[in-house]
Each structure stands twice: as C-alpha cells, then as structure tokens.
Design a protein around this ligand. Structure first.
Ligand code: PAF
Length: 303
C-alpha cells in the first residue's frame, strides 16, 4: 500500500496520475476503517482510476478532548484492510501528521452557517466548522474529480455539498449508502468501544428509524400525508425505554437540515435523524424519508 505523509508529495503523486490521464477519486476518513469506509472506497474505485484515502484524526472537529484521545487509531490495520479489497485501481493513503495539516494556528476557517448549527452542531459546538475547514483543506490538497462521503453522517454530507456549491469547488460529491451490522446498527469506528450490553441498546437507534419508515408507509397506504410529527413520534417511542441517553430525535428538511413540519414526499424529502450516547459512546443514525432507495435500504437491514 502506498503511504504518503506530506502535502507536497501527495500533490506530486496526484499531478503524475493526472498527467497519465487518470481521474482521481477521494475518500476522506479519520481511519479505524470498517466495512462502511471500505464500501465508500469500493464505490470511489468504480468511479475513478486512482483513489486517495486520507486518514487524519482532525483535532479541530472534536469538542471534547477525551473523545479525541479515545478515538481509535490503527494506520497499519487500515492499510491492511484497504489492501485486502484487491482493487484494480491504485489506492494511495494520505496520512499527514497534525503538524503537517496545521503548521500554524489557522486564522482562516470555513463555517456553513445554519446547516451546521442544528442537530449535532447544537450538542457539539464548533464540530462542523472543524469538519468544513478540514474538508476544504483536504479538497484543496487532493484536488480530486470526485469525493465520496457516507450518508450515515447526513448533516456532514449536506455541509460538504453546500460548501462545495458556495465556494465553486470543482469536485463532484458522491453519497455512499450507510452500511449496517447484522442487528441494524450503522457501522461506525466508534462501535468498537461498545460492549455486548451497549450493543443491544445501540441497535435501538436503527429500530427507531425503522419505526419512522413504517409509520410513513402506513400513512401513504391509508392515503394520508406523511407528517413529520407522526414519524418522529414513532421513532421516539422506540427509544423511550432503552438504556441510551437520547440527544435528539428530529425530522429535518433534507436540504436545509432545519426542523420541518411540511408533509414529506419525494419532492419534499425529510431526514429522520437520531443521536444518543451508550456507555459513553456517542452514536448517530438517520434515514431519508421521501427517498425510496434509502427507505428500502433501511427496512432491509433492520428488523
Ligand atoms: O467523516 C469523517 O470521518 C470526518 O468528519 C472527515 C470527513 C474525514 C473530516 O475529518
């Protein structure tokens, strides 16, 4: 596996690939790669001829030092996992140090105003500014044709889509479906910090989303509008008796990520987003109502 740790060397590698006519796909990660990340890398490999995977635990997006310190790091394991994919395109791992990425305290940051203020932005102050800043910086360094982001971090995906549009960055943003464990739990690097009991509680998050999809289906079958308060209540009821500290259960407009009361449809999709803490581990999940594919994927991966 090819590992590059400096910005200059990564730029040279990408320039050489471009000179040879290759298109560049990019998957930004914070490492501790799991099957969810690997699916994003596979997707990038079907869409481009060289894939850059960044592995950088970005300090500026952590609001709690203990969370940053506990974040799993395993670069050798990450490279082994990427090599095991046996992709037909070269994969370049970009693993810069904190000093390489932030040689000085930055005076310039990127903030995507309202998109980053609600949901996780409300409980993790500064988180999305940290994400938007590092993603802008990584996109500037890698200069890919396309970048793949997971739908599991739906608010992050929307922040990235918007910053790319507002700053006219020449990159296509591709959304990769959420990958799930057998019990429906969305795959996350944080899952490895859950013990067996925590896992049972954590799986309630995806069951709550399932309940909201079923409530939406029921409303459609009965010829009624799909109302955000109804689908939210269905999700909240599942979480009511679970040993999990709920941070939020919200239904937000899929574009603005602001709470909505507008009936949900394919033209006005809404995201049911849930977040909670189990055994000190913060977990998030979501489903996009009004997006038939996302609804179907969630139903088939949960019970
Ligand atoms: O989703 C992540 O792992 C991170 O937020 C990202 C996009 C790599 C930025 O640090």
């Amino acid at each position: 596996m090819e590992r590059i740790t400096t910005i200059a060397a990564l730029r040279d590698r990408v320039a050489a690939a471009r000179a040879a006519g290759a298109t560049i796909g990019f998957v930004p990660t914070m490492g501790a790669l799991h099957d969810g990340h690997l699916a994003l890398v596979r997707l990038a490999a079907t869409l481009s001829e060289v894939v850059v995977v960044s592995v950088f635990v970005n300090p500026s997006q952590f609001d709690r030092p203990d969370d940053l310190a506990a974040y799993p790091r395993d670069l050798d394991g990450d490279e082994t996992a990427l090599a095991s994919l046996g992709l037909r395109v070269p994969v370049v791992v970009f693993a810069p140090s904190v000093e390489e990425m932030y040689p000085r305290a930055p005076l310039t940051t990127v903030s995507v105003a309202t998109l980053g203020e609600h949901l996780c932005g409300a409980s993790r102050p500064g988180h999305f500014e940290g994400v938007a800043t590092v993603v802008t910086k990584l996109l500037s360094i890698v200069a890919p044709d396309l970048a793949v982001f997971g739908r599991k971090d739906r608010q992050q995906l929307q922040v990235v889509r918007r910053l790319v549009a507002d700053l006219e960055l020449p990159v296509e943003i591709v959304a990769g479906p959420t990958q799930r464990e057998d019990d429906g739990l969305a795959r996350s690097s944080r899952n490895r910090r859950l013990d067996a009991e925590d896992r049972i509680a954590a799986a309630a998050l995806s069951r709550a989303l399932r309940a909201s999809v079923l409530a939406a289906e029921r409303a459609r079958d009965e010829g009624r509008e799909v109302l955000p308060r109804e689908v939210r209540a269905a999700a909240a009821a599942v979480l009511a008796d679970v040993p999990l500290v709920v941070d939020y259960v919200e239904v937000v407009d899929a574009a603005t990520m602001q709470p909505t009361s507008a009936p949900v449809s394919e033209t006005t999709p809404a995201v049911v987003a849930v977040a909670g803490e189990v055994g000190g581990v913060r977990l998030i999940d979501n489903v996009e109502l009004g997006d038939p594919e996302d609804e179907a994927r969630l139903l088939s991966a949960t019970s």
